[in-house]
Design a protein around this ligand. Structure first.
Ligand code: ADP
Ligand code: MG
Length: 266
């Protein structure tokens, strides 16, 4: 009489072994629970299988997202929800919300965030990059100085082709802080090559404190600057952020309080 129970137990072990062999480990782990639920809730076979595989799919998605986020090297966990538009009247909210739909990735458009320090350029770039990673795209964040340094090192070590392939890879590349530090000539040229090979293929977000009119002087080489701008701007959204520095807000309030205090005593 113990025969059916035995064969049922053997079948369960076999099923669990199948799941493990196929590396569906989360489903394997959830199997006893789902079978209990199926019995208790009288689930159909289809419903029970769906519930079991949903666990595996959810876990796989989470693992893939975590791996994309690790690869992306975002410097902060910022999202667009963290950005206070009322604190920054200089930014075009409608444009940023439109960019957040990620449609710009579809036609390989670029995004230029131009403005003085502290206005939220990096924050917006990070927020858009994060949204893209969450939507399943490969994203990589770097600064102009870091990109130049990586390319310089790769050139010395004979890895030029592979570093160029690396920067061509991501669906979205963020190059932060162009113009903050003067780029050496080979840095400007590396940046141009990165921009050029991504041109019309995949999107780049670039943040800079240098107004477009001043790029020629900022790069030292007017020809390289013009060629780079030509590619960047051919299909691009340019968001000029000309407002108060968010970084200095705390200091300004502080200075204001101090001043008032001093005046009150005077
Ligand atoms: P930028 O890159 O233009 O120099 P950041 O993006 O680094 O400026 O912003 C500077 C600091 O101020 C960051 O800590 C950022 O989170 C914060 N910040 C800037 N703008 C806003 C905003 N509109 N809402 C909330 N935080 C902001
Ligand atoms: Mg910044």
């Amino acid at each position: 009489m113990t025969q059916p129970a035995n064969s049922e137990a053997r079948r369960y072990q076999q099923l669990r072994a199948h799941l493990c062999y196929l590396k569906l480990n989360d489903a394997a782990e959830a199997l006893p629970r789902i079978l209990d639920e199926a019995r208790a809730e009288r689930l159909t076979l289809t419903a029970a299988l769906e519930r079991l595989l949903d666990i595996e799919v959810t876990a796989t998605e989470a693992r893939k997202l975590a791996s994309r986020m690790r690869f992306a090297c975002l410097p902060e966990p910022w999202t667009l929800a963290d950005f206070d538009f009322s604190a920054q009247p200089g930014v075009d909210e409608k444009l940023i919300r439109d960019l957040a739909t990620l449609r710009f990735l579809d036609d390989a458009s670029n995004v230029l965030l131009v403005g003085p320090p502290g206005v939220g350029k990096t924050m917006l770039a990070v927020a858009l990059a994060r949204a893209a990673a969450e939507a399943g795209h490969r994203v990589y964040f770097t600064t102009a100085a870091d990109l130049a340094a990586k390319c310089h090192k790769a050139a010395i070590e004979g890895r030029w082709t592979s570093i160029m392939r690396f920067f061509a890879g991501p669906r979205l590349l963020v190059i932060d802080e162009l113009g903050y530090l003067p780029l050496p000539a080979d840095g400007a040229s590396a940046l141009f090559q990165v921009i050029n090979q991504r041109y019309l293929r995949s999107s780049t977000i670039l943040t800079t404190n240098v107004g477009i009119a001043d790029w020629a002087s900022a790069f030292g080489d007017a020809t390289v600057a013009a060629a780079m701008l030509d590619r960047l701007l051919h299909r691009a959204a340019v968001a000029g952020i000309d407002g108060p520095s968010y970084r200095l807000r705390a200091h300004q309030t502080h200075a204001h309080t101090l001043r008032n205090g001093v005046n009150a005593h005077a």
